[in-house]
Design a protein. Structure first.
Length: 74
């Protein structure tokens, strides 16, 4: 987990929210949806990125709540 921000990752018995580079989880949840909700609140407060990992550990979704270096064109 080298990317800065909050990561929703699979863990024993459910899902965890981890800050990038942290050894311990910020919080643990029984469902991925609960973990995403918690991580979203943290990412918004800290104006950072949110990375959602799948069961295989690979990043499947990413949301920016800070200064996005690559904002969508619109």
């Amino acid at each position: 987990m080298s990317k800065k921000g909050q990561h929703v990752v699979p863990s024993e018995g459910g899902w965890s929210v981890k800050k990038a580079g942290a050894a311990k989880a910020t919080s643990s949840h029984s469902t991925q949806a609960d973990a995403i909700a918690a991580a979203t609140r943290i990412a918004r407060n800290q104006k950072t990125e949110l990375y959602i990992h799948g069961r295989d550990g690979r990043i499947r979704e990413r949301n920016s709540y800070g200064n996005d270096p690559h904002p969508p064109r619109g």
